[in-house]
Design a protein around this ligand. Structure first.
Ligand code: GDP
Ligand code: IMO
Ligand code: MG
Length: 430
């Protein structure tokens, strides 16, 4: 079965984009199936850095079809800008390379305004969202008043739908002290996006099933990560979509029998952007060193990422929830020069031992990690291309992660460049 799902195994920014770009050379299709432009996936090829927020990270490979599935929420302004930016760099010159699902929901200005106004009103209790309107858009989808891509292409329907949304959302915006946007102005602006995007719009679920039937290689590119999943993450400090691998079914219209292999991406340490519990967070010199050496600043908002030790409780949970057949361990190079490394193997929550992530946010906030110490290494790893070229201490670190999470490490990333990669097993054959 030549399909592979790639998901984040921590709190996001694990390097999913890099890994998808690495494998996309051997994929016919790369499809996103949830989230929106809250994601930021960085690709580095030959020293050139490209950040994609919506378009799948396979886009740098001309022969790879990129799909935005029905489960994605699309800000058409951002998407148009992203298409233009890529075209200016010489990518995406063939319109047939990008396909946008007609059932994907559209992010409207009111969604971004509500997201930001709400966060501002929450003050210290804010979630730390990306402010991209993701939550309010998914809310309108669930409330059955959202606008889908196909609706945006139908001017009359769009006006009616927008009237309905603004009737509900306008007063709420006013409550936050914001002036609701003018419906006519939105219609005019979105009519331009609609015409620009029209050539790309189709029912992508048909395309995906045809490709599966033809035995083509399909990569499903997850955004965010297990601990940001709406159900399974550190609620309420999560995103508004499900992020576990099973969501490919609803978000791309693929039957369970067609998907099997799942690769989880995990950093060799842990980071988190935004608020919420983070048991292994380091607010000391080591945390600062990880941030500086790892360049841990958000690709979407530029915010500094919180940094901490590898948390095997989190990654084991992600492995269970998404059925990881393998782990791609990224940013191993960043750990060079730290004499002693720590891995959390369990938590102590007020005297109770947890070897899973507790559902209660207050328990998790009070969790004290139970650590295991491992010897570090000093060598620069960026030149390593084979497992045997890694220092013994680094190999032991990897083996311990495999034991603690129950998933084999099948790829090791030692730098941001596409080829700074040690591939241990073909992911499509895991
Ligand atoms: P994503 O959201 O999961 O795609 O990850 P991001 O792109 O937001 O963040 C990962 C960051 O780490 C990006 O700046 C990547 O270029 C960079 N990166 C990825 N893999 C490695 C690696 O193995 N080593 C180093 N030093 N940087 C990496
Ligand atoms: P990628 O795909 C890291 C976080 C936000 C915030 C919470 C809710 O690049 O890994 P939202 O805007 O989704 O309502 O914000 O989720 N968040 C991410 N953190 N990487 C991401 O995506 C994220 N997308 C959302 O920081 O804490
Ligand atoms: Mg990111």
């Amino acid at each position: 079965m030549p399909t592979l799902i790639i998901v984040g195994a921590q709190w996001g920014d694990e390097g999913k984009g890099k890994v998808v770009d690495h494998f996309a050379a051997h994929a016919d299709v790369v499809a996103r199936y949830q989230g929106g432009n809250n994601a930021g996936h960085t690709l580095v090829v030959g020293g050139e850095r490209t950040v994609v927020h919506l378009i799948p990270a396979g886009v740098l490979h001309r022969g790879t079809t990129c799909i935005l599935g029905n489960g994605v929420v699309i800000d058409p302004k951002v998407l148009c800008e992203e298409i233009e930016g890529l075209q200016e760099k010489g990518y995406l010159t063939d319109a047939g390379q990008l396909r946008i699902d007609e059932r994907a929901h559209v992010i409207l200005p009111v969604h971004c305004m509500l997201d930001r106004a709400r966060e501002a009103s929450l003050g210290e209790r804010a979630i730390g969202t990306t402010g991209r309107g993701i939550g309010p858009c998914y809310e309108d989808k669930a409330a059955r008043r959202g606008v889908r891509v196909v609706d945006m292409l139908d001017a009359r329907y769009f006006r009616d739908a927008l009237d309905k949304i603004m009737a509900e959302r306008g007063p709420l915006l006013e409550l936050y002290g914001e002036q609701p946007p003018e419906i006519d102005a939105i219609l005019e602006e979105y009519a331009v996006y609609a015409e620009r995007l029209r050539p790309y719009v189709t029912d992508t679920t048909i395309l995906v099933s045809e490709q599966i039937a033809a035995g083509k290689r399909i990569l499903f590119e997850g955004a965010q990560a297990a601990m940001l999943d709406l159900d399974h993450g550190t609620y309420p400090f999560v995103t508004s979509s499900n992020t576990v691998a099973g969501v490919v079914g609803s978000g791309a219209g693929v039957a369970p029998k067609h998907v099997g292999r799942v690769l989880g991406i995990a950093k060799a340490y842990t980071t988190r952007v935004g608020a919420g519990p983070f048991p292994t967070e380091l607010e000391d010199d080591i945390g600062a060193k990880l941030r500086q050496v790892g360049g841990e600043f958000g690709a979407t908002t530029g915010r500094p990422r919180r940094c901490g030790w590898f948390d095997a409780v989190v990654v084991k949970q992600a492995a269970r929830l998404s059925g990881l057949s393998g782990i791609a361990l990224t940013k191993l190079d960043v750990l060079s020069g730290i004499p002693t490394l720590k891995i959390a193997t369990a938590y102590d929550c007020n005297g109770e031992r947890f070897d899973r992530v507790p559902a209660s946010v207050s328990a998790l906030t009070q969790a004290t990690p139970i650590y295991e110490e491992l010897e570090g290494w000093t060598e620069d790893l960026s030149g390593a291309r084979r497992f045997e070229e890694l220092p013994v201490a680094a190999r032991k670190y990897i083996s311990r992660i495999e034991e603690l999470t129950g998933a084999p490490v099948t790829l090791i990333s030692v730098g941001a460049e596409r080829d700074e990669t040690i591939l241990l097993r073909d992911p499509f054959l895991l």
